[in-house]
Design a protein around this ligand. Structure first.
Ligand code: XMP
Length: 512
């Protein structure tokens, strides 16, 4: 096991991900409970994460001193480097020129940490993000890499096997970072690459059983990949203690309800309640235009419906959801930290404070592509595993402004045509997510000899690895022209189609 001690960085989960990619099991524990975790897990190696605090502030987080005294190999990143330096007798100062974003480091000294890809005297790109810096190294440490603003970009003590970096090896902007983390766990810690999704599945099942005991669980199923994988996994763990609830909130795509109900009832034999709640949701959303209010309204109604269904089966202590890590991080805001709420994803931040059920979220630490791998491991059909993500609030957040039944009908048809063309041209699997939105404006057009005054449909398609960042998909113009012609001809109420060429950031994938 590798123990990752979390100091609250936005990207701590990426460290875990890289370690998993290296085929090694790891657990993240917050610094507050790290001492117990260290004792209990007896990890073979420890990684200290970055974090938003400054070690120069009184009461700022520290790693358990026992970790440094134990002799296990340590990799300390960013904030981790600073607290390690301080705890080992070095000096850290604030107020230096902050370095954010890309920097080049020059390698000064060889080390098994980057053996095989970084050479002494050469420069390599890394991603930095910090204002404080170490000014005096603890005894026994040497500088193995420097950058313009970070004289101790890599500092290490080979004898004690303590390695520290001021940059973040876990992010994709440090192109060799994955190899560096793999070197740490394989060559320095000495763990073999023997962990896999199969092991994750078993571990997740064990944890679900432990959490749930013999209580009943309600699982909200949206038809998306995440909730489907969560449902199948939980079903494997606790069998018929699980009831799935599929809520048709009237904000689904064309034919969605039938597809989901058929798969789960027929193919999986998982008990599934199909709740028709269109009236309930659309009435509550009448006149609502603010995106956050939409999300929160939908989140609250979902819980009402789940609680209703729980009562019908004689009570359920738990609600299961397919929350993923990017949903968590984008809904959370640490006080004093760099992370702010971008959107309240309905299955996280959009949940009402008052809720009678506890949450089971077995995918909370995974990224989308890892969830897909887990879905394949569980034997979910490829057409399901490979589906584009679909958000819990559904078409509500693809209908900026007021939601009406008329607009939803138009949107469903336009979306269907768009996706049909994408599939027909073999593009579906090249795209992370594609969908249509309907704008709250009408514009003038001419069809035949008539003037038209109808809605505008926007098309969105992006590529992404995990939904945290995304690029717009560079369709061929002829393709876009064809989709536009079909939509305007076949969907009554639309006379104009536009394509969204914004990346994330600065845009988000959904329009609300
Ligand atoms: P954004 O729009 O934040 O979307 O760039 C990133 C990914 O998350 C999906 N998304 C959601 N999924 N509940 C969900 O289950 C939500 O409230 C929600 N909001 C956005 C979005 O479709 C994209 O894949």
């Amino acid at each position: 096991t590798i123990l990752i001690i979390d100091f609250g960085s936005q990207v701590t989960q990426l460290i875990a991900r890289r370690v998993r990619e290296a085929g090694v099991y790891c657990e993240i524990h917050p610094f507050q409970s790290a001492a117990e975790a260290f004792e209990k897990l007896k990890p073979k190696g420890v990684i200290l994460s970055g974090g938003p605090a400054s070690v120069t502030t009184e009461g700022s987080p520290r790693a358990p001193q026992a970790v440094f005294e134990s002799g296990v190999p340590i990799l300390a990143i960013c904030y981790g480097q600073q607290t390690a330096a301080l705890q080992l007798g070095g000096v850290v100062e604030g107020g230096h020129a902050a370095e954010f974003g890309r920097a080049d480091i020059e390698i000064k000294h060889p080390s098994p940490l980057f053996e095989g890809f970084w050479e002494v005297g050469q420069r390599y790109p890394v991603w930095m993000s910090h204002g404080d810096r170490v000014t005096v190294l603890p005894e026994g440490f040497v500088v193995a890499g420097t950058s313009e603003n970070a004289p101790f970009a890599i500092a290490l003590n080979e004898e004690r096997r303590i390695y520290t970096t001021m940059f973040h090896p876990e992010v994709v902007h440090t192109p060799d970072g994955g190899k560096l983390l793999a070197n740490f766990v394989h060559n320095i810690v000495g763990l073999k690459s023997d962990w896999s999704m199969k092991a994750y599945r078993e571990e997740a099942i064990r944890r679900i059983r432990e959490q749930v005991g013999d209580e009943k669980v309600i699982c909200g199923l949206s038809g998306g990949v995440d909730s489907s994988v969560a449902a199948v996994l939980i079903h494997e763990a606790i069998g018929d203690q699980l009831t799935c609830v599929f809520v048709d909130h009237g904000l689904l795509r064309l034919g969605e309800a039938e597809k989901v109900v058929t798969l789960f009832r027929d193919a999986y034999n998982i008990p599934l309640v199909h709740v028709e709640a269109e009236e309930l949701f659309l009435t509550a959303l009448e006149g609502v235009t603010d995106p956050e209010v939409k999300r929160k309204t939908i989140g609250k109604l979902f819980i009402d419906v789940f609680e209703d269904e729980a009562r019908k089966i004689g009570g359920a202590a738990f609600l299961a959801q397919g929350t993923l890590y990017p949903d968590v991080i984008e809904s959370v805001s640490f006080t004093g930290g760099p992370s702010v709420t971008i959107k309240s994803h309905h299955n996280v931040g959009g949940l009402p404070e008052r809720m009678n059920m506890k949450l089971v979220e077995p995918l909370r630490e995974l990224f989308k592509d890892e969830v897909r791998a887990l879905g394949r491991e569980l034997g979910l059909p490829e057409v399901f595993v490979g589906r584009h993500p679909f958000p819990g609030p559904g078409l509500a957040i693809r209908c900026p402004g007021e939601i009406t039944r008329e607009k939803l009908d138009i949107l469903r048809l336009a979306d269907e045509i768009y996706l049909e063309e994408i599939r027909r041209h073999g593009l579906y699997d090249k795209i992370w997510q594609a969908f249509a939105v309907i704008l709250p404006v009408k514009t003038v057009g001419v069809m035949g000899d008539y003037r038209t005054y109808d809605y505008v449909v926007g098309l969105r398609a992006v590529t992404s690895v995990d939904g945290m960042t995304a690029d717009f998909y560079p369709f061929d113009m002829t393709f876009l022209g064809r989709v536009a012609t079909r939509i305007v001809n076949e969907v009554k109420g639309v006379n104009r189609v536009v394509y969204d060429v914004t990346s994330k950031p600065p845009g988000t994938i959904e329009w609300e």
